[in-house]
Design a protein around this ligand. Sequence first.
Ligand code: SF4
Ligand code: SF4
Length: 321
Amino acid sequence: MDRRDFLKTALKITGLTLIGKNAIAKDSSVYSTGNLANRKNWEKYESIKKEEISPKEPYAVLVDLTKCIGCRRCEWACNEWNKNPNRPLKEFEESKDRKPSVFDRIRRTHAGQFTVVNRFYDGQKPVYVKKQCMHCAEPACEASCFVAAFKKTPHGAVLYSPSLCVGCRYCMIACPFDIPAYEYYDPITPQITKCTMCFDRITEGKVPACVEICSADVMKFGPRSEMLKLAHETINNNPERYIKHVYGEHEAGGTNWLYISGVPFEKLGFPKLDKTPIPEYSKNFLFTVKVLEIVAAAPLVWGAYYMISRNKKKKDESHEK
Ligand code: SF4
Ligand code: SF4
């Protein structure tokens, strides 16, 4: 048994004990996606890596929150492309008029849905905010993962490997945007799920599925420097419409998902972050992880020591008789 298999087995046992029987019951509120999208995109990255095909600079998506009408077509397209559980497009589009509405509460991404659109208010005016992985330039998820199950690609996308993951969920704690979701459907096979920036599409010259479907022209896709230039030009040309802030330009060391808005970002659920990449803060945390590994292993070592000593004592006693 190698180190990864040992860790997987130990964490599964711990996870099963902690989660408890009720939490792992298979009901309709949890999803089994098979994590096809994350698996497929990691494999694609591995094959491209061998061919050494990389863009000159990473890509980015620029989101203009002043244009979003909350139709949720991007959610539908994401589910469709990534083979996540889905419902008819009409159901998404009609969410605003339905009562109760999906917009009545603030949602986060989960195992069966890599992007969600939430509704906030600027006075009486609704502001719709699409949320997904920000594809950080220096990802906290990647830095926190001690089996290297995350990878920042030269294309800008941050990918995840279900095969390498041991299910410890440190990435969920480390991410400042609350993105990695755990697939609780089956705790025996640890699965984190998240947006892949449609790596399989962008490496074939397409735009991400959510960008393609948006009829309100909310999102633009291209090299990050061009998206930043466009963001600043848009703000400078319309100072009455936008606040002077491109979210993601500097936050947490910069992200490959950028936002412009007419409302301060802290009013729209965006965390206030400085320029420091999160891994800088998590160095101490990672040290703690190593310590915890040792602490977690200690009972096993002492248990083994106790059993060996007891057997030895018994043998010694039987020899003495
Ligand atoms: S980003 Fe586009 S597709 Fe998504 S909810 Fe807004 S308008 Fe609709
Ligand atoms: S938003 Fe979270 S999950 Fe996405 S790259 Fe950044 S740290 Fe990782």
